[in-house]
Design a protein around this ligand. Structure first.
Ligand code: GLN
Length: 557
């Protein structure tokens, strides 16, 4: 093990508390003090990666720059670039690329141990959770610490303390804490402090129980972060301190904040950064460099204008399905003095009642979401056609770009049968079809075209105006692509290809040159947006939406 300090983050009471945001904010406190931090996310589910999970079940799948070849034993290779959405939060807060090997799942751990058993690594021995699974967890953590060599490695354990599937990970942490010197590790427990309406009080009992569960596994938290709708009073902090056996200064408030980027300064006010450094015996001789961050947070807080962006899609029932897109819209808005209101539109509802499409009239822009499969697709195509007709600023991301192509082919070219073969394999006008290499692929997990790739932008296009560069890198996740045989003919009516891949063969972006801003991209620009550095394409889109908003406001006056 290197000199890297380990800071574990566990969750109590229930999931969905924003542990990823807390972990990122802790990382930020350390960065303010000049430390190099990195993060591991542990997901106790048995999937090897979340790539095949439904966004409603799991939230967004985040795509990394790099594709990792997970090679549990000779002859077994799995490509991983689809990982947990928390990685997006880490990247946005810490502005540091997250490597896919840093999202460890139970699936990967068990797979490694089992294939090693098959090839004979443990001949003669019984394979057990302790020590074989826990050893594998510890070795993954150690390898990342050695390879990345950060001053502090934050390790977030997904789920809630007490979940059966997380037990081996908590046991591995217990062992690591025992093996390493006292000041080389610390444990932060993030828990819910519910507000009981009938008595008008925050209640600490569920936290006491979850800390007891941790203690029962041999783990004593050093810091307790209380998620509550408001900040914790001195009194409740005292109570948690007493019952959970941590000093009062180690009980930290984490109330609902907007923007979430306000959390590091909020922690800083409670002296959490200094306390953490004292626990880990990390010394530094500078004043925490927090000013730039606060200036950035103020852009989000003080934005004066408000614009409405329509987001038609099929996973609109949970906000987490498109978390990076939401963040990218807000990043761009903040730097243009605007708050972005997102108007979720369930496209199945449009299919049932076409009049519902009129909701787009009161929007300043329309972002058509990424996606898969056929549910809600006709409604998505209708929104794209409507945005084309009504000159509504439009940004189509991946599936959204493919469906823009279908919409144009049908409504402007008059090719009524045009479709993507993902939805209609028999269509006579397949404007979207498999990428050549995808035609023979059968397995679903990790087999799409993934990760960051080079994109060559054509000069004189809206895309070039946005990026001001001919060569960019953005992240991809797709099996299908836009077929040039058709776009060649669509050009006459203003539908142009604005970017290609490195080979010049795969269309990476399209736009309509007779429209104020109608752009579709095969890549996902949202993954590279940062709160202090919005993605150029989102920035251009929001700029056009603001122009439409001004025109709409003037017309209403
Ligand atoms: N389903 C489409 C494809 O595989 C689009 C994927 C996406 O939107 N990320 O190409």
């Amino acid at each position: 093990m290197t000199m890297t300090k380990l800071c574990f983050v566990t969750g109590g009471v229930l999931s969905g508390l924003g542990k990823g945001i807390t972990t990122s904010a802790i990382g930020k406190l350390l960065q303010f003090r000049g430390f190099h931090v990195d993060v591991i996310k542990i997901d106790p589910y048995l999937n090897v990666d979340p790539g095949t999970l439904n966004p409603i079940e799991h939230g967004e799948v985040f795509i990394t720059d790099e594709v990792w070849e997970f090679n549990p034993a000779p002859g077994f290779v799995y490509r991983i670039a689809e990982i947990d959405q928390d990685a997006g939060t880490y990247e946005r807060f810490l502005d540091h690329p997250f490597h896919p090997s840093q999202n460890i799942t139970s699936g990967q751990i068990y797979l490694s141990v089992i294939v090693h058993e098959r090839v004979g690594k443990f001949l003669g021995r019984t394979i057990q959770i302790v020590p074989h699974i826990t050893d594998e967890v510890k070795s993954r953590i150690r390898n990342i610490a050695n390879k990345e060599d950060p001053d502090v490695l934050l390790i977030e354990i997904g789920g809630t303390v007490g979940d059966i599937e997380a037990m081996p990970f908590l046991e591995a942490i217990r062992q690591l804490r025992l093996e390493l010197p006292k000041h080389d590790t610390c444990l932060v427990h993030v828990t819910l402090i519910p507000y009981l309406e009938s008595v008008g009080q925050l209640k600490s009992k569920p936290t006491q129980h979850s800390v007891r569960t941790l203690q029962g596994m041999g783990l004593q938290p050093d810091i307790i972060v209380g998620r509550a709708r408001e900040s914790l009073s001195k009194e409740i902090k005292r109570k948690i301190s007493l019952y959970c056996s941590v000093p009062e200064k180690a009980v930290i408030s984490n109330p609902d904040l907007s923007p979430i980027y306000d959390l590091p300064p909020y922690f800083e006010q409670q002296n959490m950064g200094n306390y953490l450094c004292s626990l880990l015996q990390l010394s530094y001789d500078c004043k925490p460099a927090i000013d730039d961050w606060i200036e950035m947070v103020n852009l989000f807080k003080n934005a004066k204008r408000t614009i409405n962006i329509a987001m038609p899609g099929k996973y609109t029932s949970i906000i987490d399905s498109y978390v990076s897109i939401n963040a990218a819209l807000q990043d761009a808005g903040a730097h243009l003095d605007a708050k972005v209101n997102i108007n979720w539109i369930d496209t199945e509802a449009i299919e049932e009642d076409p009049d519902k499409i009129r909701v787009l009239d009161s929007c300043d822009g329309c972002l058509l979401t990424p996606g898969f499969g056929s549910r809600g697709v006709e409604g998505m195509i209708q929104t794209a056609s409507y945005a084309i007709q009504k000159n509504i600023p439009y940004l189509g991301i991946c599936f959204g770009a493919q469906l823009l192509t279908v919409a144009f082919a049908r409504s402007i070219m008059g090719w009524k049968e045009a479709h993507t073969t993902e939805v209609d394999a028999e269509t006579h006008v397949p404007v979207i079809d498999f990428l050549p290499e995808q035609k023979i692929i059968q397995e679903k997990g990790g087999t799409m075209r993934l990760g960051a790739h080079k994109i060559i932008i054509q000069e004189g296009t809206k895309l070039w105006d946005a990026y001001h560069q001919s060569v960019i890198h953005e992240r991809f996740r797709h099996r299908y692509h836009i077929i040039e045989e058709y776009t060649g003919q669509m050009k006459e009516k203003g539908f142009i290809t604005s970017a290609y891949d490195e080979t010049g063969k795969i269309v990476n972006a399209i736009e309509i040159n007779t429209h104020p801003f109608c752009v579709g991209v095969q890549f996902h620009p949202e993954y590279t947006s940062r709160p202090n550095r919005p993605n150029p394409l989102y920035f251009a889109f929001i700029k056009h939406a603001l122009e439409r908003s001004t025109i709409r406001m003037n017309a209403n006056e």
